[in-house]
Design a protein around this ligand. Structure first.
Ligand code: ZN
Length: 204
């Protein structure tokens, strides 16, 4: 259950864009799927040293699995505690890393595609904060609400998100950070065919 906390700020992020912001240790970041069925790519960097980032690979090691549970810790590339998963009613996200990008769109969709992907939008959002694109890594991408299963034959089963309007994940910051979230417009089964906004609430 989401508890009553003071809302510090609330940012609505439109499909095909990304926003970056700051968060202090102890504050909470809630990603809300306003209309449901929408995936986003979430990254975080240590405030004092953007070379240290959220790392899905190390977090999978630390949690002994890829489906992170409520109460689990998300670690950095240096194995420091970065986020606590404080509240996660749906519990369905992808932790294999990687963003969609214009490169991927040109390979999978149309060689002449000019649409920006999540990685491109996240780079833009971080560069507005003077953070160079070299600090954005595929292993730093936590694909929130993305619903993929690992099958016994080694393949992936890509399914639509299970989120309904208002569903969310809430993370407690364990260090001061820069975060960024993109709202994905990839038109595959893993996402809505009519992408809709996500909202980030920062809570005290
Ligand atoms: Zn995407």
């Amino acid at each position: 259950m989401a508890q009553n906390r003071t809302l510090v700020r609330s940012i609505t992020i439109q499909p095909g864009t990304a926003t970056a912001g700051e968060i202090a240790k102890g504050q909470r970041l809630r990603i809300v799927d306003i209309q449901g069925g929408q995936i986003g790519d979430f990254v975080a960097l240590k405030h004092e040293d953007p070379a240290e980032h959220l790392d899905v690979t190390y977090t999978n090691w630390a949690n002994l699995g890829w489906r992170w549970k409520q109460g689990a810790t998300i670690f950095t590339s240096r194995m420091n505690r970065m986020w606590l998963i404080a509240d996660d009613p749906t519990g369905v996200h992808f932790t294999g890393g990687g963003f969609c990008s214009n490169d991927a769109r040109r390979l999978f969709i149309d060689p002449d595609d000019t649409t920006k992907g999540c990685r491109d939008c996240l780079q833009d959002a971080l560069e507005e904060r003077q953070i160079d694109k070299q600090f954005l890594h595929a292993a730093s991408c936590f694909n929130v609400f993305m619903n993929i299963d690992y099958l016994a034959d080694g393949s992936w089963d890509s399914k639509p998100p299970i989120t309904r309007p208002g569903d969310y994940i809430e993370l407690r910051a364990e260090m001061d950070m820069i975060w960024a979230l993109s709202v994905c417009v990839i038109p595959f089964a893993i996402n809505r065919s009519d992408p809709t906004p996500l909202r980030v609430d920062i809570l005290q």
